[in-house]
Design a protein around this ligand. Structure first.
Ligand SMILES: NC(=O)c1ccc[n+]([C@@H]2O[C@H](COP(=O)([O-])OP(=O)(O)OC[C@H]3O[C@@H](n4cnc5c(N)ncnc54)[C@H](O)[C@@H]3O)[C@@H](O)[C@H]2O)c1
Length: 437
């Protein structure tokens, strides 16, 4: 099966807009700049470091992904964004405390130039933040119009050829899809009526899609995962994906659990707890935002273990997730997992994982890959939900009739096969029978 459409070349600059100029987005921006200066390596980025096998194993063809598909070059990326605090990206990065002084000073000339645009913000959705750098408007529709103006103004000012948007702002309170999210008409009416089920993140997603800008959601908020916006994305030929960057603890979960299942090892309990002290941790200290995160973190095991198919092994799994705001740790989160497993003849065993991770260091390369792949997707004529980018998310968006695929290794295979398909290469099934004929 070969994809016939041609991929437009990555000519000109690529604008990257991030709602949220915080720990993740500034670590991403600074990292790209350091890589451009050849002062660091883009470790953790599949687009920059990864290779892709093509053809038979005997052909020895394994180019770098960035040589195989026409991705934008890092030197062509131009940054912009919004925040409810007026700090430049340099001040925000200094406060976030992720990068050391040497890295910060090398990235400073770039970061100092990035001033946030005023945010579309509503305290009802993120209760623990109190910033003043916010837009005023008569209703939510008007706010979305202002965001669209910002996007157009950014494009004009920077002369970028293409633009993508990645939500790197705080986690909003938990929302479920409702009637007002069903169609574009319903949604636009709800914006005009200031309906409480229209979150600021939805306004950014709406503005991006209306402006033809691909959109990724790095937080667990509902945001673009509503029929009105999914349909709009298809209609406007805009690729979208989400939700919630898969970084520390959930990354470990989706690495370990497919292994247990592959070997038919039972799991009776999985207790995960975290301490973190960055602004994200402070926001998640509010029960409304925590609920959104908790739902996102709980989903993965249920889908990977398929308890309906393997009731003896996983039906009784007790899964609990806790996040504790603990300021001394800053961005350096510690995630503990206690996993109660059982093997042959039901004998119990335990596994303990203690992951001393750096949240934004794990998230930054994901932001980069999403920008480059979403831009590629648009140039390749793909639109709507990009399930092949599930690899990067804790709660992957997929077609309503499907269940999401959480297994990291299946996600990677899907991503690479999508690239092969885009480029007219044979898909790899790992059958390999021909080697033994
Ligand atoms: N770092 C990770 O490993 C990781 C993993 C998964 C998801 N996330 C999510 O990524 C997001 C960013 O994380 P972070 O550590 O950079 O947080 P952060 O608090 O450092 O930065 C978020 C920024 O967004 C701003 N903001 C909030 N609402 C806004 C709005 N409506 N418009 C514009 N700006 C707004 C805040 O003022 C803040 O500066 C969070 O939602 C977090 O849950 C992070």
């Amino acid at each position: 099966m070969k994809k016939s459409a041609k991929i437009a070349p990555a000519k000109g600059s690529l604008g990257v807009l991030t709602p949220g100029i915080g720990a993740v987005s500034t670590t991403f921006m600074a990292g790209v700049e350091l890589v451009r200066q050849r002062a660091a390596l883009p470790i953790g980025s599949l687009t920059q470091m990864g290779t892709i096998r093509l053809g038979k194993r005997t052909e020895n063809r394994a180019p770098r992904i960035r040589k195989f598909v026409p991705l934008a070059d890092l030197k062509d990326i131009v940054f912009g964004g919004w925040d409810l605090f007026p700090d430049s990206a340099f001040e925000a990065a200094s406060k976030a405390g992720v990068l050391d002084a040497q890295h910060l000073s090398k990235a400073a000339p770039l970061l100092k130039k990035i001033q946030p645009m005023k945010a579309a913000f509503d305290q009802n959705f993120v209760r623990n933040l109190h910033g003043k750098h916010v837009k005023k408007a008569k209703n939510k529709f008007d706010l979305a119009e202002q965001l669209r103006d910002d996007i157009r103004e950014f494009k004009k000012r920077t002369k970028v050829a293409r633009t993508v948007m990645v939500w790197c702002a705080s986690t909003e309170v938990f929302l479920k899809p409702e009637k007002v999210h069903a169609t574009l008409d319903d949604f636009e009416r709800a914006m005009k009526e200031n309906h409480p089920a229209v979150a600021p993140s939805m306004l950014y997603a709406y503005a991006a899609i209306q402006e033809g800008v691909p959109f990724a959601n790095g937080a667990p908020n509902l945001t673009a995962e509503i029929p009105a916006l999914v349909h709009l994305a298809k209609e406007k030929n805009v690729p979208i994906c989400g939700k919630d960057f898969k970084t520390g603890q959930t990354l470990m979960k989706t690495i370990l659990s497919p292994g247990f299942k592959a070997r038919m090892i039972g799991v009776s309990g999985w207790f995960s707890t975290n301490i973190l002290g960055n602004r994200d941790g402070e926001v998640l200290d509010d029960p409304g935002s925590f609920k959104t995160k908790e739902e996102s973190k709980l989903g993965a095991l249920e889908y990977i273990f398929q308890p309906k198919l393997y009731p003896e092994l996983y039906a009784k799994l007790y899964h609990k997730v806790r996040i504790n705001y603990y300021p001394p740790r800053g961005d350096n989160k510690e995630g503990w997992d206690n996993i109660d497993i059982f093997g042959w003849l039901n004998y119990p065993m335990q596994i303990k994982v203690d992951f001393l991770c750096r949240d934004s260091i794990l998230a930054a390369p994901i932001v980069l890959d999403l920008c480059l792949f979403l831009d590629l997707a648009q140039r390749a004529g793909l639109r709507g939900i990009q399930e092949w980018l599930s690899f990067y998310f804790k709660s992957p968006m997929c077609a309503p009739e499907l269940y999401p695929e959480h297994d990291l290794f299946i996600q990677l295979m899907k991503l690479k096969n999508t690239l092969r398909w885009m480029m007219g290469e044979e898909l790899i099934t790992h059958l390999g029978a021909e080697y033994y004929d």
